[in-house]
Design a protein around this ligand. Structure first.
Ligand SMILES: Cc1cc2nc3c(=O)[nH]c(=O)nc-3n(C[C@H](O)[C@H](O)[C@H](O)COP(=O)(O)OP(=O)(O)OC[C@H]3O[C@@H](n4cnc5c(N)ncnc54)[C@H](O)[C@@H]3O)c2cc1C
Length: 228
């Protein structure tokens, strides 16, 4: 495997444009894991370039793309987002895993994506054409994007995050979150749905080791039952 050490985020994006079979290296918990699901012949190390701070100005919260889940779990962010960061049950993993990497992996059991969607998170991304702000769902849907998540911006908000799995350290069957009328549902091995309370109906539920399609469909249908 080849490793590149760019001097800026713009240079990092430019390298990835030319290195088609490459990925970024941030916390490295997926890229350097034997079972991380990221396969690449070259990595572009952005770990020293992406801001890892979390700052708050009134209700306005800015989370650097390099902030770890452990920093978020105890940071000045809404309580339901702190709780979602703790879904990563291992302290070692939490202390290394970053919010940028977590979103970029677009996993159907992502720790943070449902809560960040519920919080109307806006991502500042570095593209081959400069910086821009986009809604988190736009980034998640564009699976081919090589943009770098530089910052995640949210406002203080009420909300809830829920996770259903056999144990805190086993794979989640369902992770869901809501804030106001914004809901997001993830079903292991199946998909992610954004929208209103019934948006779980958009998921094509599948059987996997976390449970049957029918089980997951049922959990999703009642997980926010009291919100009716
Ligand atoms: C045992 C184990 C269990 C895990 N379980 C879960 C789980 O249940 N749910 C879950 O969500 N994750 C899980 N993960 C994956 C991972 O730990 C987290 O998703 C983590 O937040 C990834 O962040 P990272 O900084 O380590 O990413 P890295 O490993 O550095 O990178 C992962 C991917 O994200 C991209 N990337 C990294 N940073 C950025 C950025 N700033 N902008 C754009 N792209 C970027 C890279 O190109 C790469 O493709 C697990 C990992 C392990 C080892």
């Amino acid at each position: 495997m080849r490793i590149f050490h760019p001097l800026s985020l713009e240079e990092a994006v430019a390298i990835r444009e030319h290195e088609k079979d490459s990925c970024y290296l941030s916390g490295g918990t997926a890229v350097l894991s034997l079972s991380g699901g990221v396969e690449a012949s070259a990595v572009v190390d952005i770990s020293a370039l992406v801001d890892s701070s979390i700052s708050r100005d009134g209700k306005h919260i800015a989370i650097g793309g390099g902030a770890t889940l452990e920093a978020i779990a105890s940071g000045p962010v809404p309580a339901f987002i702190r709780e979602a960061a703790r879904y990563c049950a291992s302290l070692q993993l939490r202390s290394q895993a970053t919010i940028g990497g977590n979103i970029a992996l677009r996993r159907f059991d992502s720790f943070l994506i449902p809560s960040l969607y519920a919080a109307s998170a806006v991502l500042t991304v570095v593209t081959d054409d400069g910086r821009k702000d986009i809604a988190i769902e736009e980034y998640v849907r564009d699976r081919g994007s090589i943009s770098i998540i530089e910052r995640v911006t949210i406002e203080e908000a009420e909300g809830e995050s829920r996770r259903i799995g056999r144990a805190s350290h086993s794979h989640a069957a369902i992770i869901a979150a809501r804030s106001g009328s914004r809901y997001c549902y993830e079903a292991s091995g199946s998909g992610v749905a954004f929208g209103d309370r019934d948006s779980w109906k958009d998921i094509d539920f599948r059987d996997d080791l976390t449970g049957s399609a029918e089980y997951k469909r049922y959990i999703a249908s009642v997980i926010f039952e009291e919100a009716r």
